[in-house]
Design a protein around this ligand. Structure first.
Ligand SMILES: [Zn+2]
Length: 146
């Protein structure tokens, strides 16, 4: 197959690191792709497009610290809330909850809000950091003395 970019080289199927940039974050995702023997252009073959997209999404979320669709749904289920209730609890539109649980990428701030309002450990870390920043004494943690 001839290269789509230079039409000089031939495309060879091989495993390579494909560069991506999402919201200013640059990263690479290794995948089986077509590489031009002449100009080095990389293209994702049709039969890899869906899988490559999933890898790109998963890698970006991991690097940027953004919850996955499953993690968002699980967080809501732990609170035993409907999508409507969860939207009200977070102060966002119900459509946003539906989109995020369907796989649309939330903003970092929305993802952080979900962590903060659904994960007690995350809320505690935020509380501790806030107290330190404000120079407030933190109440003694309850310790069980046996
Ligand atoms: Zn080429």
């Amino acid at each position: 197959m001839k290269c789509f970019d230079c039409s000089e080289g031939r495309l060879k199927r091989t495993v390579a690191k494909v560069p991506h940039e999402i919201r200013g974050l640059q990263f690479e995702v290794e995948d089986e792709v077509l590489v031009c023997s002449h100009c080095g252009a990389i293209s994702v073959p049709w039969d890899r497009v869906d899988e490559h997209g999933r890898r790109v999404d998963a890698t970006y979320r991991r690097l940027a610290g953004i919850l996955t669709a499953d993690q968002i749904r699980e967080a809501r289920h732990r609170l035993r809330m409907s999508q409507r209730e969860f939207a009200g609890y977070l102060g966002v539109g119900e459509a946003s909850i539906k989109r995020w649980e369907a796989g649309v990428l939330p903003d970092k701030s929305s993802s952080d809000l979900i962590r903060l309002k659904t994960d007690p450990d995350e809320a505690r870390r935020n509380y501790d950091a806030l107290c330190r920043r404000l120079g407030l004494r933190q109440p003694e943690r309850v310790r069980s003395v046996i």
